[in-house]
Design a protein around this ligand. Structure first.
Ligand SMILES: [Zn+2]
Length: 248
């Protein structure tokens, strides 16, 4: 079967089907790009650092990781240590992470500064480093190896274009302002041109796995579904307590 592959620069929109994502990866390959790792430092010319912030679903992350593996693409999955959407202490979820690593991808911490500090008040480099290192250590104990990369969740201004000593920040200048940077946030590629007319020589590409499904479902539907699952977990916790109280 011959497939016609469109250059990423020729795309006018994307429909958020997982297969369209696979097509996008193939088109970058066809355009001569290689996929690198944050652990390799500033990307070389023709290199893409593909990053995934796992905000919504570890299952979607694994589905994306498997598709990437089929295409021979390696990427970095950044996971939240504490979020209502998934619990990393659950053995099932740790097994999902293990499978992502076994597929050849890197793990990183998706660090939520908003849990600790106001987005308008810079706590200072040392304070950020200490708290992020704490979370990296906990993640390391859970998964068996301490990651060295951190991506900030909904990054406050004081995390942008800043380097940190104990870890690699995906928003450090070498990975952000000094190279091309594109993201699929809020499914904006449905209505905006994802890459413009020219492709950058070096690129960090942020793709949120939870936004891509087999059927390309819209953002609102995805968020509703995730919210229902969270409510379900709250019910699972409280229902037995409620029942026990009723029996007294
Ligand atoms: Zn995030």
């Amino acid at each position: 079967m011959t497939e016609s592959i469109q250059s990423p620069a020729e795309l006018s929109s994307l429909d958020y089907r997982l297969e369209s994502y696979a097509g996008l990866l193939r088109s970058f390959r066809e355009a001569g790009y290689e996929f690198g790792s944050f652990e390799g430092g500033r990307p070389a010319p023709g290199e893409i650092l593909l990053r995934h912030d796992v905000d919504l679903s570890l299952d979607r992350a694994l589905a994306m990781a498997e598709r990437e593996r089929e295409l021979g693409v390696a990427s970095t999955y950044c996971v939240l240590l504490s979020a209502p959407v998934y619990d990393l202490t659950r053995p099932r979820n740790l097994r999902l992470l293990g499978r992502i690593v076994d597929l050849g991808h890197d793990l990183a911490l998706h660090f939520d500064t908003h849990r600790y500090w106001s987005p308008t008040a810079d706590p200072g480099r040392a304070v950020i480093e200490a708290k992020a290192t704490d979370e990296l250590d906990v993640l390391g104990r859970l998964v068996g190896e301490t990651p060295s990369t951190v991506s900030f969740h909904i990054p406050p201004e004081w995390t942008i274009d800043r380097s940190f000593e104990p870890f690699t920040s995906t928003y450090a200048p070498a990975f952000f302002s000094e190279i091309g940077y594109r993201s699929d946030s809020s499914q904006k590629w449905r209505s905006t041109d994802p890459f413009g007319d020219t492709l950058p020589e070096r690129l960090q590409l942020l793709v949120h796995p939870g936004l891509w499904h087999a059927d390309g479902r819209p953002m609102g539907e995805i968020v509703d579904e995730r919210r229902r699952r969270c409510y379900g977990r709250v019910d699972d916790f409280f229902d037995p307590l409620d029942a026990a109280a009723g029996e007294q």
